[in-house]
Design a protein around this ligand. Structure first.
Ligand code: G
Ligand code: G
Ligand code: MN
Ligand code: NA
Length: 252
């Protein structure tokens, strides 16, 4: 409760900040993931793992994530003026995704800024899809029909990942959880599992993004499987969103 009222104040006082992390395609930049940070008045950055779980249990998460979407669109406009077109993804929690206002909110933002919907990707986790499956399917279809991209984050860590693929044909992108990449070189079996997941994505015409790429060797092995994009410290750590121009120039 203490934390919750501090978070409410954080939103009012503009203490949330956005970082972005590069996603690299086979040769070109393919996108950037927006990551939330809470900057305390003394400058300390609080990571999402320390406040998102609590925030996700409160309606406040909607206000925060609506703000994230709004800021992401504002950035897309700034970047457009610099000649930078980067597909940008935001992470959404269940309450936000299921919010009846979400499609209209995003639609109005895109229209106001004349932004193409496919510049925006919504990352959701398997946990979100656990609840009301029919409702989730409707919401995702609405968002998909608007032209937005839908990504399934942390793919492979949930209980019934494959079941979700049966239920939700609106998902465009799988984000392969870091653990697959980090364990890939340990045993042939691990490598075979990763390969099978990448092939599955290809055969369903889904994009697949490998997360947590830290070493040149990991990248080399993943490139043999040709993922759609690679994200990890090998390319860039998350940086403050104002620094995107530098990262962009470095990698393009
Ligand atoms: O950047 P970092 O490693 O600290 O991110 C940790 C986790 O926080 C990631 O799983 C990421 O998806 C999540 N996260 C970051 N920003 C947001 C956000 O705006 N909303 C939600 N729901 N999760 C976020
Ligand atoms: O769950 P999600 O994919 O949204 O989480 C993204 C988080 O993963 C980011 O907060 C980022 O800090 C972290 N991350 C991204 N790339 C790497 C990496 O190469 N190594 C490690 N350890 N963490 C990473
Ligand atoms: Mn994510
Ligand atoms: Na996430």
């Amino acid at each position: 409760l203490e934390l919750e009222s501090r978070l409410e104040r954080a939103l009012d006082e503009g203490q949330f900040r956005l970082f972005v992390q590069l996603q690299m395609g086979q040769e070109n930049i393919s996108g950037a993931e927006v990551l939330l940070r809470w900057q305390l008045p003394d400058g300390t950055l609080v990571m999402p793992s320390e406040f998102i779980p609590l925030l996700e249990q409160s309606p406040l998460i909607k206000s925060v994530e609506f703000w994230v979407i709004e800021e992401a669109c504002r950035q897309l406009v700034d970047w457009r003026e610099l000649g930078i077109m980067t597909r940008t993804s935001v992470n959404l929690s269940a309450l936000t995704l299921m919010s009846p206002q979400l499609p209209e909110f995003i639609g109005r933002l895109l229209e106001k800024h004349s932004l193409s919907a496919d510049l925006l990707e919504l990352e959701i986790t398997e946990r979100i899809l656990l609840g009301d499956t029919n409702k989730a399917r409707d919401v995702l279809l609405t968002l998909k029909n608007m032209g937005l991209n839908i990504a399934l984050d942390d793919f492979g860590t949930g209980y019934s990942s494959l079941g979700y693929l049966l239920e939700f044909d609106t998902i465009d992108t799988l984000k392969l959880d870091c653990s697959f990449i980090w364990k890939m070189e340990e045993t042939p079996r691990n490598r075979a599992i990763l390969e099978a997941v990448v092939r599955l994505a290809h055969s369903l015409n889904m994009r697949i993004i490998a997360e947590g790429v830290e070493t040149p060797r990991q990248l080399e092995l993943l490139r043999e499987l040709s993922c759609s994009a690679y994200q990890g410290y090998l390319f860039s750590r998350p940086v403050p969103i104002e620094h995107w121009q530098q990262i962009y120039q470095q990698w393009s």
